[in-house]
Write a protein that binds this ligand. Structure first.
Ligand code: NAD
Ligand code: DAU
Length: 369
């Protein structure tokens, strides 16, 4: 029975991946290693059976070696990271520590257990990275492809770029069986409300300003998290060791369009369901106003990348990847998920999930070491 070690599996994309994988491969073992930083939340794995949650740090090489060896893991899927650009501008150190040093520590552990200790077993180290490593595009530039030169602009993207290079070197030098994916902006269930879509949605529900950086004309490609998980699983199931793949959502949009679409969808949801006005009395939509009335232009993010776009021809042609939904549908589903899971985001907002997690998860779903 294959066993996966999933780092950062209590975060947004990692938890969605664990859910995705368990549904499709119920016989596989899944061990999640997560430091449970502010972004890690065991409730993201609520209701998923057969997952062992180990509370630990990817920089703890001995722990990772022990998990790989004792759980007989043959696949490591590496999501753990500091992931928010704004935080990296305020405090870059954690990004170097986790994203660079942490990734190298994992590689050393994997090399030790899978190569040096002579097991020689088939294995895979899949590294999750970002399109931000390629830098920024002008309006008419071709989309990022796998051979676009790296030009990271923020401490976050520079730390991810560094980790990508180290992963590559472990394949080239030591023969570690690695793959890397560089994806665009994810959205969907369980996303921590510091990122654009969940932040603006919850602000619209609670009547807080929607802070638009600069002119709001920055362009991102929006990828539903389940489509991202599909892309990762296609790579894991391929024999593509040593290769990199871009994964996109085929939805390149200026921020202002995303924000206006989200505001209109919130207004429509309130119009269709009178109960929402009772649940969220501070929302403009509960008081005869448009959610867009909360839009507030604020000082731009320092070094803000203007445009990202993904050329995903390699993963489409080689592995048959195709996003399963358009942005309008994915956004509607995401808004519905947040409306239906108010308990999840209230607990995240007030931090109470930590105490609740200790009561509910120790010894049941897994191990809080
Ligand atoms: P997230 O911030 O929601 O989750 C990160 C997880 O990593 C959390 O559970 C956290 O507790 C854990 N973690 C952090 N430091 C750790 C450490 N030292 N040891 C163990 N666990 C640790 O991030 P996300 O949005 O789910 O992103 C996951 C990965 O995908 C990251 O590598 C990120 O760079 C990459 N990525 C994200 C996006 C996006 O749009 N969110 C897009 C492209 C790439
Ligand atoms: O492109 C992939 C990257 O996407 C990932 O590697 C990162 O982990 C992920 O955080 C995301 O980075 P962005 O900086 O693009 O995402 P964020 O949600 O922070 O911002 C999206 C856009 O919205 C960006 O142009 C900045 C803008 N924005 C964001 C926030 C939080 C605002 O205008 N106001 C805001 O309050």
């Amino acid at each position: 029975m294959p066993t996966l070690l999933v780092t950062g599996g209590a975060g947004f994309i990692g938890a969605n991946f664990v859910r995705f994988w368990r549904e499709r491969h119920p016989a596989d073992g899944v061990v999640v290693l997560d430091a449970l930083t502010y972004a890690g939340n065991p409730a993201n794995l609520d209701g998923v059976d057969g997952v062992e949650l180990v509370h630990g740090d990817i920089r703890d090489q001995a722990l990772v070696e022990k998990l790989l060896a004792e759980r007989d893991a043959d696949t490591l899927v590496h999501f753990a990271a500091e992931s928010h650009v704004d935080r990296s501008i305020l405090g870059p150190d954690a990004f170097i520590d986790t994203n660079v040093i942490g990734t190298h520590s994992l590689l050393k552990a994997a090399r030790n257990v899978w190569l040096d200790k002579g097991s020689g077993r088939p294995h895979r180290f899949h590294h999750i990275s970002t399109d931000e490593v390629y830098g920024t595009l002008g309006p008419a530039d071709p989309a990022f492809h796998e051979d676009t030169p790296y030009a990271p602009n923020s401490p976050y993207s520079a730390s991810k770029a560094a980790s990508d290079h180290i992963v590559r070197a472990y394949h080239h030098t030591y023969g570690l069986q690695v793959t890397t994916s560089n994806c665009s902006n994810n959205y969907g269930p369980y996303q921590f409300p510091e990122k654009l879509i969940p932040l603006f949605l919850l602000n619209a529900l609670e009547g807080r300003p929607l802070p638009i950086y600069g002119d709001g004309m920055q362009v991102r490609d929006w990828l539903h998290v389940e489509d991202h998980c599909l892309g990762i699983s296609l790579i894991l199931e391929s024999d593509a060791a040593g290769e990199c793949f871009n994964i996109g959502g085929g939805a390149e949009l200026p921020n202002i369009t995303v924000i206006d679409t989200l505001c209109a969808a919130v207004d429509d949801a309130f119009a269709a369901d009178a109960g929402l006005a009772r649940r969220f009395p501070q929302a403009p939509a509960a008081n005869g106003k448009a959610s867009a009335s909360l839009k507030t232009y604020v000082t731009d993010r320092p070094g803000h990348d203007r445009r990202y776009a993904i050329d995903e021809r390699r993963i489409s042609a080689r592995l048959g990847y195709k996003p399963g939904r358009d942005f309008a549908t994915g956004l509607q589903q995401t808004i519905r998920w947040y409306l239906d899971n108010e308990g999840w985001w209230r607990a995240v907002q007030n931090g109470s999930y930590r105490a609740w997690m200790e009561r509910n998860y120790t010894g049941r779903q897994g191990r809080i070491a």
